[in-house]
Design a protein around this ligand. Structure first.
Ligand code: ADP
Ligand code: YYY
Length: 225
């Protein structure tokens, strides 16, 4: 039986398991994968590298169209470049992490990146899993399946500090909550659960359980198509 293209939107705050779940689900089902947080991190990295004042939204807006951001969507090896430079490492520094919410709140930045995301999604032949903060609400409101991942701040902080060697769990927790508050309260396309999204609390689930849950939901959607 020929399979229809499927578009899956996975949203939620930091450390809920979006990236690891999305990559595994995409790999298992033969779909493309897009990490939209990496795109916002990439444009933030470009702003920092080019000395743009992060406190000044109009300065950010004026140059938002300049960097060329390219995302590779193979779930077994996703890539991200800015003007041809591989920035997969530099976009994960604490400096970029602390500035990304301010840059991604600027409407001109969101318009630019949203357009890029829609064009990548519409070009994905077998379908795609797109993860972020506003995919189900704004970027792909017609997605076939929308998932909203949550987890307690304690679980999320423990996961994140497990990744960053030597980091303090309490400090990580505070930084996460600060970023959630900024991302949820911005005017343009805030972090939010779409009305028709399925909410999955991952606090007490293993990554494998979350992956199985999402794969089952995709298969059910496909069967019902
Ligand atoms: N259900 C889970 N249980 C335990 N650890 C998890 C779970 N889901 C993800 N992780 C781990 O938590 C960390 C953050 O996950 P990630 O997928 O990057 O989250 P997000 O993309 O939402 O920020 C990773 O180290 C990942 O392996
Ligand atoms: N669709 C999206 C994705 C990310 N962002 C912004 C807000 C987030 O704090 C940053 C970084 O996202 P990312 O998914 O990389 O964050 P974590 O790695 O989960 O901590 O980008 C956004 O505004 N909209």
């Amino acid at each position: 039986m020929e399979r229809a293209t499927v578009i899956v939107a996975i949203d939620g705050p930091s450390g809920t398991g979006k990236s690891s779940t999305s990559k595994a689900v995409a790999a298992q089902l033969g779909l493309s994968y897009l990490d939209t947080g990496a795109q916002y991190r990439a444009i933030t990295w470009w702003m920092v590298t080019n000395g743009i004042d992060i406190e000044d939204p109009s300065a950010i807006a004026a140059v938002a169209g300049k960097p060329e951001i390219v995302s590779g969507t193979d779930p077994s090896g996703p890539t991200i470049t800015v003007d041809g430079t591989d920035v997969a490492g530099p976009i994960r520094t604490q400096d970029v992490t602390s500035k990304v919410s301010a840059v991604s709140a600027v409407p001109e930045v969101r318009a630019r990146i949203t357009e890029l995301q829609r064009s990548i999604a519409s070009g994905a032949e077998n379908g795609i899993v797109v993860e972020g903060r506003d995919i189900g609400t704004t970027v792909l409101p017609d997605a076939d399946l929308k998932i909203f991942l949550t987890a307690s701040p304690e679980a999320r902080a423990a996961r994140r500090s497990g990744e960053l060697k030597g980091s303090d769990v309490q400090q990580t927790r505070e930084a996460l909550l600060k970023r959630d508050a900024a991302d949820s309260s911005r005017k343009t396309s805030p972090l939010a659960k779409a009305d028709d999204a399925v909410e999955v609390d991952t606090s007490d689930l293993t990554l494998q359980q979350v992956i199985e849950c999402v794969v089952t939901l995709v298969e059910e959607k496909r069967a019902g198509k």
